[in-house]
Design a protein around this ligand. Structure first.
Ligand code: ZN
Length: 324
């Protein structure tokens, strides 16, 4: 084995290695346009685990196990419900996978050249999104309920509703768009160097510690890291009362999930912004919260709720999605 490797290495050196392995740069990514997107949406082996640091390059199953209806739903959602940089972004992903009968949440994956050197991994720098097929059948409100349940928030507190949605599409379009843009948001966060996280200037004020530290390589769903700069706003995993939920939604965070760590803070600002823009001004995504004194408050999720911090996060995320 060693000899074979040596021969290959010598041959390669004789042929003229273009650049030393340890200084090799990631290959430039060809920006996919949307014309070949139908070829890049497919099923994946549901046992593929992107959080495993030794994962193989994800690939389409052969034969493809996904249905034409599911693939078409993803493609039409991207092509018909987004525009500008967001369309480009979602079309630039190497593959959008669908996985079935799995408890793994949907995911976004960036083959970071730091861990996947271009000299040894042809997928270095690639991006992928995996969609749990249950996310193809969720309205935005149901997806928010599912997110809150993952954070172990009591079901009786989760009074999400929606109204005024466009009637020319099924309402599940907005649940799927939220999921697709959420997972792409994770890719954007991980593509950036620690010192240049997207919208960092809008995010950092919500967090007590430097947001470029304590960042895991893989961010497990809802994993809490860093602490809120306003310590009256609880970690979402510790929510037991409506008043705590209200403090998150009125305290500069897009969602409960956004309050779990700086990464989800950016990601849910990005995905809520995408969903809001696509759904339009007649859309109402409401969260009815009973405060500790019995008063009822309704949060309009697709709004900045008059909060300057959230306004800044949504504006920054929106700029990343607009035309350059
Ligand atoms: Zn997330």
């Amino acid at each position: 084995m060693r000899i074979t490797s040596l021969v290959i290495l010598l041959t390669w050196l004789l042929l003229g290695a273009p650049v030393a392995a340890d200084t090799a740069k990631p290959k430039p990514r060809t920006a996919h346009d949307c014309s070949d997107i139908a070829l890049r949406v497919c099923s994946i082996d549901p046992s593929f685990d992107p959080s495993d640091p030794n994962h193989q390059t994800p690939t389409c199953q052969s034969p493809d196990q996904s249905t034409g209806a599911d693939r078409n739903f993803i493609i039409t959602t991207i092509l018909n419900q987004t525009n500008g940089q967001l369309t480009k972004a979602l079309c630039s992903v190497e593959n959008i996978f669908i996985f079935q009968s799995s408890t793994l949440p949907s995911w976004g994956l960036y083959q970071d050249p730091t861990y996947h050197p271009p000299s040894t991994d042809p997928s270095s720098g690639n991006t992928y999104i995996g969609i749990n097929d249950s996310d193809l059948n969720m309205t935005f409100s149901k997806k928010q309920i599912a997110n809150s349940q993952q954070l172990s928030i009591d079901n009786t507190l989760l009074n999400f509703s929606e109204s005024g949605l466009p009637t020319n599409v099924v309402p599940e379009v907005y649940g799927l768009l939220y999921t697709l843009s959420h997972e792409y948001g994770h890719i954007l966060w991980h593509q950036a160097a620690t010192t240049s996280r997207p919208c960092k200037d809008n995010i950092k004020g919500s967090w007590a510690d430097d947001i470029s530290t304590s960042q895991p390589r893989w961010t497990t769903y809802g994993y809490s890291f860093n602490k809120h700069s306003d310590n009256t706003i609880p970690d979402p995993h510790s929510i037991t009362k409506g008043g705590q939920i209200y403090s998150i939604y009125s305290g500069g965070f897009a969602t409960e999930l956004a309050a779990s760590n700086p990464e989800e803070d950016f990601v849910d600002s990005y995905s809520l912004g995408a969903t809001t823009k696509s759904c339009g001004s007649s859309c109402m995504f409401d969260y009815t919260i009973t405060l500790d004194n019995g008063n009822i408050k309704t949060i309009l999720l697709n709004s900045d709720r008059g909060n300057n911090t959230l306004q800044g996060k949504l504006a920054c995320a929106g700029n990343l999605q607009s035309f350059p």
